[in-house]
Design a protein around this ligand. Structure first.
Ligand code: HEC
Ligand code: HEC
Length: 288
């Protein structure tokens, strides 16, 4: 029985204690019930009377007192040796199991091929992400983020023009810049961020990179993201990780409030680094 590990002395003692208490309780209850059936009650009666009913002043039956005492001792011992004082809990055990599973998985996947990662990421996506982002990852008409453009120039252009919020950085939300930045300038700055700042290191619009480099200051990106785009020590998002595993780790840890609701957080150990890598490797296959 995997759920009940009796080689663990705490489990064994707790279980024996519970069985003893149960046995005492059943034995005593049985004896008292049969006594009630077969013999007439006797002893000293109290003087108070309630609608003709009077109580005996008998002591508590010894058996009752004993099982009450054993139960109290058992409860105190449980608190002292098992939970909460020793931190043993089913949730803790569960987390440990998840961690050991994740460690095994990480071991197995250290030298996994890109194809294996993609497959694993794809399965994970269908299981955990598709219900909001859609099977194709397109965000189902803005229900959730469109992941076919997240991590691409188009994703950055959209953020620059329309803003972004919900990741809960100290700088707050990124306001839409479409009143001050033209679509063409947004495209240039996106090309620069993709090629020179992000780890993706290339862009669909290489001819715009030089213009974008100047725009990064002019359009005030550097004021919030820092001159190197690294987010000024966590004040805003680190654009050097945009679209990759480290950025996903931030999103998963923070969760994200979208226009239509909240993306839950997918923290470690429930989602491990390997699983994030696999997800990114899959997301790359659906990016436009
Ligand atoms: C007023 C400060 C500010 C300015 C100016 C600013 N940003 Fe941001 N940016 C932020 C904040 C804060 C976030 C995180 C928003 C969130 O919570 O989703 C962000 C998020 C982003 C993201 C990540 C979006 C995502 O998908 O999570 C990108 C890319 C980005 N900014 C690029 C730029 C570029 C390029 C410029 C210049 C045109 C720029 N930002 C100007 C503050 C700023
Ligand atoms: C309960 C619905 C829900 C689930 C499940 C969900 N998401 Fe999201 N996700 C959202 C919403 C809502 C947003 C924010 C959209 C917006 O800004 O309007 C979002 C945003 C994102 C973003 C963009 C973050 C950014 O920086 O802008 C990424 C990447 C993402 N999700 C990946 C995932 C992955 C991978 C999974 C599966 C492990 C997942 N999501 C599961 C609802 C969900």
């Amino acid at each position: 029985m995997e759920w009940l590990d009796l080689s663990d002395s705490k489990n064994l003692i707790t279980l024996i204690g519970a069985i003893v208490i149960l046995a005492i309780t059943v034995a005593i209850a049985g004896r008292l019930i049969s006594k009630m059936k077969h013999s007439k009650a006797d002893g000293q009666l109290t003087t108070e009377e309630w609608d003709g009913i009077r109580e005996f002043t008998n002591d508590i039956p010894v058996g009752w007192a004993a099982s009450y005492l054993v139960l109290a001792i058992w409860a105190i011992a449980y608190c002292a040796w098992i939970y909460p004082l020793q931190g043993f809990s089913q949730l803790g055990e569960y987390n440990e199991e998840v961690e050991s599973f994740q460690a095994k998985l990480a071991n197995k996947m250290t030298n996994a091929s890109e194809a294996d990662l993609q497959k694993m990421g794809g399965n994970f996506f269908l299981l955990q992400c598709a219900q909001c982002h859609g099977e194709t990852g397109n965000g189902m008409n803005n229900r959730a983020a469109d992941l076919t453009t997240w991590g691409t120039e188009e994703g950055i252009i959209d953020v620059v023009l329309n803003g972004s919020k919900g990741l809960n950085y100290p700088l707050g939300e990124m306001v839409p810049l479409k009143d001050t930045v033209s679509a063409e300038d947004a495209k240039a700055v996106a090309a620069f961020v993709m090629q020179d700042i992000s780890s993706i290191g290339k862009t669909k619009y290489p001819e715009l990179v030089n213009k974008g480099r100047a725009m990064f200051d002019e359009a005030t990106c550097s004021a919030c993201h820092g001159p190197d785009g690294k987010g000024m020590d966590g004040m805003g998002p680190d654009l050097s990780t945009y679209g990759d595993e480290a950025f996903l780790a931030e999103v998963f840890a923070r969760g994200k409030k979208g226009h239509i609701g909240q993306m839950p957080s997918f923290r470690e150990p429930m989602v491990s680094e390997v699983q994030r890598k696999a997800l990114i490797s899959y997301l790359k296959t659906i990016r436009e």
